[in-house]
Ligand binder design. Sequence first.
Ligand code: PMP
Length: 437
Amino acid sequence: SPSPSDLSAYWMPFTANRDFKAHPRMLVSAEGMYYRDDAGNAVLDGTAGLWCVPLGHSQPRIVSAVQKAVATLDYAPSFQMGHPAAFELADRLRDYTGGRFSQIFFTGSGSESVDSALKIALGYHRARGEPTRTRFIGRERGYHGVGFGGMSVGGIPGNRKTFHASLLPGVDHLQHTHDLTRNAFSRGVPQHGAELADELERLVTLHDASNIAAVIVEPVSGSTGVLIPPVGYLKRLRDICTKHGILLIFDEVITGFGRLGTPFAYDYFDVMPDMVTTAKGVTNGVVPMGAVMVQPHVYDAFMHGPAGIELAHGYTYSGHPLACAAGLATLDIFEQDGILEHAQSVVEYWHDAAFALRDAPNVIDIRAIGMVIGIELAPRAGQPGARAFEAFRRAFADGLLIRVTGDIIALSPPLVIEKAQIDELFDKLGKVLRNLD
Ligand code: PMP
């Protein structure tokens, strides 16, 4: 293993840096459901990378599609010109949404998708002659990336504290997300709590709808601890937004591309947002890419509204040829290999295996929806997050990758996981949890 000083020029994400230097963990290759570390150990991927590898690692058809693309057209600008794969991928994504999202705007990441969607929302209202609609509403514990727009609508206390003076003005956060975390081991969507969405009405009254541009939420908050909305919660948000002419944006960077066993979470909940932000799984994590998917009424107003808009917005890597190749191969595999059907066929087994841990020491809640599970541990006195982090460390040492935020363990494996690997995952995790003080 390289010593920490050999690595010192690489500025890793702030949150990981200190621990990594103390305990370097190096991944050197990956295949299917497993990583391999620099000592040659296999590590079962319980998190699909960072929620971004639904089809498993180094998927041969994606590898060859990207190899072919890089040898054919390595890069093409997307200003005033294009290339066929970008148009093809946009068409395929539109079809994947059943035609409901007719326009696709490509970005390079989830953060870029969120900031683009917020700009589209502002442009939409301006084009419709409602320029005062500039406020946004997010949710406490919502995560929408690290751009200034995403941090502003996001509800991550650390980001808000450090950067508060520079965040967008006029942003509120729906509270009560924490109330959704004590579902008392309810499986799937909790039955109670839809009325928590009524807080949106209070904010609309407080600020007047004529000042509000959009509400943005993750349908299921992922990286802040698998927070599952109760039955009816998202529908109420939809109804209130519709009533007041406010756009509803679902941030599906995590929940898109099959994570809940449906193409998108809006299918699972049967609630249609006006826009969807996505990234990660769109290319199976192989080449960075994101997308904003827009319903026709938003696009039409935005592009052809009477008031007109002036906007220059696009990225060097919008519709990158390699990302498009990976995206097309990803969609092919979803279809050809029946990935959603496979996920649906193991989901019950997956939830059963998780709920078998309900009596393990320190487990105070288990939340499971589709191929996502959150296991919440009681914090150690005076050391929030320490217990779950110890679980992460021990699991990795035993050949299992899990993700932790605070004292919540999140599991989100590639959707191609088989029952034997579900057994392996919970075998290892069970041993870790049962031996953790
Ligand atoms: N939105 C959500 C819901 C996310 O989970 C993430 C990343 N975890 C982002 C936005 C930001 O995506 P990226 O890291 O690709 O910028």
